[in-house]
Design a protein around this ligand. Structure first.
Ligand SMILES: Nc1ncnc2c1ncn2[C@@H]1O[C@H](COP(=O)(O)OP(=O)(O)OP(=O)(O)O)[C@@H](O)[C@H]1O
Ligand SMILES: [Mg+2]
Length: 374
């Protein structure tokens, strides 16, 4: 079996584990002499798929020295790229760097930062600090930026984890990975622990019925609940473009109990974002308000793309003419016609969920946003 085929098989197993696929994958691991991986998969699947059981594999994998397993996990721990931890004391980015979104900043301040900074005040009102917030919305509209800025506001360290990286390792060791991530965050409080694409982890039950995924979700929930460990000083922020794929269990009190819609920038927001993105570039006379007016539906990331297209064009012409030329209004407008805004497609999907699956008013903010836009 070639590597591509093997990867496909593993993907298929992740999506829908079956005894038969599990067996083929274990056999292939053995053929490739990747015995650790074979053993991890066998041990983590045998409960759910008892038909996998065979005596030879029992001897080979279940009686394996636990030491071996630990050594294997150490290797995983050492390789930081596996969990893609991005950690630093984030003082550099604060709310001042986030254009607009004032309501959200206030909300984060009141519900997250204050209880965090003045726990005694909140104790008196018996309001528990803790629990996480979930930021959702179309791509490129500042979710990651907000998480980073929240860390900056309280001078906390910031750990960002891409869930797909954790999942990549889920055959056998992703629960362990996840636990390590939480432990690392707990060891350097105050800390903002940011989970990007958290929907990939919290995929709703119908998408992820299987045991391995379920186990990982349960692990995540118990880490969130802080059952076995203390989550004081830990702010957990999740971000997703697809909140409808998340398991409702994530929204219970004490978990992601604050759910915040991060909307695309309005006209004055787009103007201010463009201003930031163009800073330090050679500029002609610019009417950014005009550009902002013509870029309805553009996210921050879309505006970045527009600026990048302009810069590239200018570089090209500077190469041929030898003279660097400044960016003008018409260049930006021209570029904005080349780049299609990415938020529209998102709203097409979101509209359906907001209209037909708006349990407990979860998507009210989307509805009111769309109404304003109509
Ligand atoms: N409100 C804003 N103020 C300033 N910059 C912004 C704002 N919104 C987006 N940007 C800029 O746009 C780019 C994309 O933002 P960011 O990565 O935070 O989006 P995101 O919502 O996390 O996107 P994704 O869903 O794709 O992860 C960044 O360069 C960010 O600085
Ligand atoms: Mg992001």
């Amino acid at each position: 079996m070639d590597d591509d085929a093997f990867e496909n098989l593993k993907d298929a197993f992740r999506a829908a584990p079956s005894t038969q696929l599990g067996r083929v994958i274990i056999e292939e691991y053995i053929r490739r002499e990747e015995l650790d991986a074979a053993g991890l998969l066998y041990r983590s699947s045998i409960d759910e798929h008892p038909d996998l059981q065979n005596d030879e594999w029992d001897t080979q994998f279940l009686e394996q020295e636990p030491e071996d397993l630990r050594a294997k996990l150490k290797v995983v721990e050492k390789d930081e790229s596996v969990i893609n931890i991005d950690t630093f004391r984030a003082k550099s980015t604060t709310f001042d760097d986030v254009v607009g979104l004032d309501k959200i900043k206030k909300q984060i301040h009141r519900k997250i930062i204050l209880p965090f900074q003045k726990p005694s005040l909140f104790d008196r009102f018996r309001k528990k600090a803790g629990g996480g917030i979930l930021l959702f919305g179309p791509p490129g509209c500042g979710k990651t930026l907000l998480a980073r800025a929240t860390a900056g506001e309280i001078e906390a360290s910031f750990i960002s984890v891409g869930i797909s990286d954790v999942l990549e390792m889920w055959i056998g060791s992703s629960e362990k990975n996840l636990h390590e991530v939480f432990e690392k965050a707990r060891s350097q409080t105050p800390c903002v622990l940011f989970f990007d694409e958290v929907d990939a982890l919290g995929a709703s039950r119908s998408d992820m019925r299987q045991s391995a995924g379920r186990q990982l979700i349960n692990q995540f929930l118990s880490e969130l609940d802080g059952v076995k460990a203390n989550n004081d000083g830990l702010l957990i922020i999740g971000a997703t473009n697809a909140p409808w794929h998340m398991d409702p269990a994530f929204r219970r009190p004490g978990r992601f109990d604050r759910i915040i819609f991060v909307e695309p920038p309005d006209q004055s927001g787009r103007e201010a974002i463009l201003q930031i993105m163009l800073a330090g570039k050679p500029l002609g006379k610019l009417d950014l308000a005009a550009v902002a007016k013509k870029t309805d539906g553009f996210s921050g990331a879309d505006l970045q793309a527009v600026v990048d297209i302009c810069v590239e064009e200018k570089l090209k012409s500077a190469f041929s003419s030898g003279v660097p030329e400044p960016i003008h209004t018409k260049d930006l407008i021209k570029a904005s016609k080349v780049h299609k805004p990415t938020t529209r497609e998102w709203f097409n999907t979101a509209r359906n969920y907001a209209l037909y699956a708006n349990e407990s008013g979860l998507y009210d903010d989307i509805l009111s946003y769309l109404k304003i836009k109509k």
